[in-house]
Design a protein around this ligand. Structure first.
Ligand SMILES: [Zn+2]
Length: 247
């Protein structure tokens, strides 16, 4: 190997190791998933490269809430099988929730108000953690050909199912939550822990000041179960969210 190439590689590896050590105290405070595959309350959650993609069955196929953290989403694709993906509803534009969308280029992608730039990679993430982890994970930008933003409170009808879309800024400016039947999909706005619901580590929020209002907005809605972006399903979700705890 030529000396210059070797030196650059060395700097690169040192950088990756250094950043990982720097990030670990924060990343280690995110609880681990309940299982690799979580099936309850009519939905299936598949852990796919760092986050959970949720599958809602529809009359002739499925709808996804988030798409997993890599294009190589083998677990998710195996779970979906040959069913048609009618839409992918994104809770936010961080790559660990969107990357798998590139496997469904003709599917409509729906995101929260103002989130398209982050989804497409034309806007950088607000938080330093998200900005740094994307190049570290090596996920290239991808602009979904069919992408639209919902209007707060919009009722989305897809293939026989009704989903309510809610704007919950804080984790990102265009963060979204969705309600289907009695399940509330919260993305990374809050996270379920052992018997309670709390926030993620604060460096993971673009604008933490907006989180309390977004949590209060969700707590006022009708649902029973919380499906979060990294852990799984949480029964008595409305009660738990009402008693939301800061870390
Ligand atoms: Zn996120």
């Amino acid at each position: 190997m030529r000396r210059k190439t070797k030196r650059l590689l060395g700097i690169g590896l040192a950088g990756v190791a250094g950043l990982s050590i720097f990030m670990w105290p924060i990343v280690s405070r995110i609880p681990t998933p309940q299982a690799d595959r979580i099936a309850d309350s009519g939905v299936v959650g598949v852990v796919e490269t760092g986050s959970i993609a949720w599958i809602i069955p529809t009359t002739t196929g499925v709808v996804l809430i988030d798409a997993g953290g890599s294009a190589d989403s083998q677990n998710l694709q195996a779970e979906i099988g040959d069913r048609t993906v009618h839409a992918i509803l994104l809770t936010h534009g961080h790559f660990d929730h969107t990357a798998g969308a590139r496997n469904y280029p003709t599917t409509e992608i729906i995101a929260g108000p103002g989130e398209s730039g982050l989804v497409s990679g034309t806007e950088a993430a607000g938080g330093w953690m998200a900005r740094m982890s994307k190049p570290l994970m090596g996920e290239p930008d991808y602009t979904p050909p069919v992408l639209r933003e919902f209007i707060d409170g919009e009722i989305i009808e897809i293939d026989g199912e009704t989903i309510t879309a809610i704007h919950v800024p804080g984790h990102t400016n265009g963060s979204a939550a969705y309600i289907w039947n009695d399940v509330l999909f919260v993305g990374d706005t809050v996270v379920g822990r052992d018997g309670y619901v709390s926030e993620l580590p604060k460096p993971l929020y673009d604008d933490y000041a907006q989180v309390p209002a977004s949590v209060a907005k969700l707590a006022s809605l009708d649902f029973e179960v919380i499906a979060d972006g990294h852990v799984g399903l949480h029964k008595n979700g409305k009660e738990l969210l009402g008693a939301f705890q800061t870390e």
